[in-house]
Design a protein around this ligand. Structure first.
Ligand code: ADP
Ligand code: MG
Length: 615
């Protein structure tokens, strides 16, 4: 009786395999990296289990990786943890990772999909099917009472599992290569590829009996002995990424904790590639033994783009991963590492502004997430923010520290104005008083910035103040020809308030306007128009036209106001319409107009009246 079991792949895996098998990829060779990376992970897990004192089958066999080639075959053998029957089914037949769907979508849509990234999505094993017609996995788990299993698959049509008798501990994966992939079985070629991708594996790798790599934990070596290429190669291996990292930080600390850390920032922010939320990929070691890969809690969530290694000899080796996650030691480690990384960014920004700008473009949303969610680090993060400013040409950015340095005598606040883009903020009525008084204003174009400013509150002891809220007067009100007298302006304001009724909370002559006839201001001192818009969108079901009341300020120097003042006696009906339009126009300028239908109807009536008068 046959003991062979037939299994189907989980639907997502079958879909992935169909794409991987039937497409022509130029970067097929990455399967070497992915399979060796799995073998190295298996060795790492073995070492961890042993270090924790658990009994292991063939405990005298040291972890390592051996690769052999034959006629159109490659076999990658490791003496790592191996897999039980259940683990073979679980690990090679299903996927738990959330990013896989996003990866599949990208593969399916993109004509030249970036298969190099396959390892980032927790499906690296399946890259074997880019080059193989048949994959056989022989595996025996480290559990002393386990047995050996043979797993085979042609990719399509599922996989089979059968008992394989007595096997040594670990896993051997044999690829039967496709005709057009036979070059991978040539030893010279394979050696080159292994060296390219896997030089930094922490376990010995042999190819046909020849030792290829020198095993050294790069993070534990002295900085001045390490060549830049070595760092880059290590990053390529660790990050499953072919690009150069944007930043690299290698540091050691003795107090308050003994730490050796090597951290990388990828050039690209993988979260903006339309993919799922990325997960931190910093592995935690204790004296070169991996305690946890992709360690949770080692860094705050907003630093989840980091990749690298943290090694601390202060960690207890036999700690369980669950207890680790909320240990006070981890919190301490997190504090030290985060502080150090932020300091590093600040130094880099100072030293090489151009590189920092590229980093910032990719990662500013993460820093902003930090300001909003991480009270402990918000001040350090505030230093890292960059914005356009009225003091700089379009496209150039300033830090808050530079803004403060430029502060003229007497200015006590840092002003910012939020809008769609440069043109929009520069033509905003709120900007007029700043322009007139030559006060610098930061221009913020990201809707998140409102919350960032709200959480940051202060920088260097100076309040951050929305330009919409600033209590500023144009220093010398322009007494243009036809400017309304103070009394007339006050009377006009009172009449407008009477005409508009409840639609506005107060109307008064303005001292902040130059070119605009009127402006609306939040009656609530702490609410800005963006926040109000967001609040309103959350309360869509209320029929109240406005959740927050506005004040209207009118410009006594604007010809529209002097004419309106004259017209309110001569033609109250027309003047009333104009007053309503003044309010609506100001609301449009403030980005507060949601339903313009009533306004359009009124404009048409006004236009008709203008034309009738001229006819
Ligand atoms: P990932 O490595 O990101 O988890 P893979 O598709 O590369 O995704 O591998 C899937 C899983 O299969 C691994 O997490 C591991 O549990 C298991 N696995 C693969 N290769 C080996 C191996 N050589 N030894 C033990 N387990 C392995
Ligand atoms: Mg893998």
């Amino acid at each position: 009786m046959s003991t062979t079991e037939k299994h189907h792949f989980q639907a997502e895996i079958q879909q992935l395999l169909d794409i991987v098998i039937h497409s022509l990829y130029t970067d097929k060779e990455i399967f070497v990296r992915e399979l060796i990376s799995n073998a190295a992970d298996a060795c790492e897990k073995l070492r961890f289990t042993q270090a924790a004192g658990t009994a292991v089958y063939q405990s005298e066999t040291v972890p390592g990786i051996a690769i052999t080639t034959g006629e159109k075959t490659i076999t990658i053998t490791d003496t790592g943890i191996g897999m039980t029957h259940g683990e073979l089914v679980e690990n090679l037949g299903t996927i738990a990772h959330s990013g896989t769907k996003a990866f599949l979508k990208q593969l399916a849509e993109d004509k030249k999909p970036d298969t190099k990234l396959i390892g980032q999505f927790g499906v690296g094993f399946y890259s074997a099917f880019m080059v193989a017609t048949n994959v056989t996995v022989l595996s025996r788990s480290l559990a002393p009472d386990a047995q050996g299993w043979r797993w085979t698959s042609q990719g399509t049509g599922g996989y089979e599992i059968e008992p394989a008798g007595d096997l040594p501990r670990g896993t051997a994966i044999t690829l039967q290569l496709k005709d057009d992939a036979s070059e991978f079985a040539e030893a010279d070629n394979l050696e080159r590829i292994i060296k390219r991708y896997s030089n930094f594996v922490q376990y010995p790798i042999e190819l046909n009996g020849k030792r290829l790599n020198t095993v050294q934990a790069i993070w534990a070596r002295s900085k001045n002995e390490i060549k830049p290429e070595e760092y880059t190669e290590f990053y390529h291996f660790l990050g499953h990424d072919d690009a150069e990292p944007r930043y690299r930080l290698h540091f050691t600390a003795d107090a308050p904790l003994a730490i050796q850390a090597l951290l990388f920032v990828p050039e690209r922010n993988f979260e903006t590639l339309g993919m799922a939320r990325i997960e931190s990929e910093v592995n935690l070691y204790c004296k070169k033994v991996m305690i946890q890969d992709k360690a949770k809690g080692l860094f705050p969530e907003w630093l989840r783009f980091l990749k690298g290694v943290v090694d601390s000899e202060d960690l207890p080796l036999n700690i369980s991963r669950e207890t680790m996650q909320d240990s006070s030691l981890l919190k301490k480690l997190n504090g030290v590492l985060t502080g150090r990384f932020l300091k590093f960014l600040d130094e880099q920004a100072e030293k090489e502004a151009g590189t920092y700008a590229k980093f910032y473009e990719q990662y500013n949303r993460f820093l902003k997430e930090g300001v909003v969610s991480d009270y402990q680090h918000k001040d350090a993060l505030g230093k890292l923010l960059r914005y356009e400013s009225s003091a700089l040409p379009k496209g150039a950015q300033t830090s808050l520290a530079e803004y403060v340095k430029r502060l003229p005598e007497g200015q006590k606040e840092i002003y910012f104005l939020i809008g769609q883009n440069r043109e929009a903020v520069e033509s905003s009525p709120y900007y007029e008083v700043f322009q007139a008084r030559k006060f610098e204003v930061l221009f913020l174009y990201d809707p998140w910035d409102e919350f960032v400013m709200d959480h940051l509150r202060q920088f260097d002891g100076k309040d951050l103040r929305s330009a919409e809220k600033a209590e500023l007067d144009v220093a010398e009100p322009t007494k243009k020809e036809g400017t309304l007298s103070d009394d007339d302006a006050t009377a006009l304001a009172a009449w407008i308030k009477e005409t508009l009724g409840d639609r506005i909370s107060a109307v008064r002559p303005s001292k902040r306007l130059v070119d605009s006839p009127a402006v609306v201001l939040e009656a609530d001192k702490f609410m800005t128009s963006t926040m109000r818009r967001i609040m309103k969108s959350m309360k869509r079901d209320t029929d109240a036209p406005d959740i927050v009341k506005h004040d209207l300020e009118i410009n006594p120097a604007h010809p529209l106001m002097s004419r309106l003042n004259a017209m309110r006696q001569a033609d109250p009906a027309l003047a009333g319409k104009v007053a309503e339009q003044v309010l609506d126009s100001a609301r449009v300028a403030a980005g507060l107009m949601e339903d313009p239908r009533a306004m359009l109807k009124r404009i048409n009536e006004l236009l008709e009246q203008v034309l009738t008068a001229k006819a």
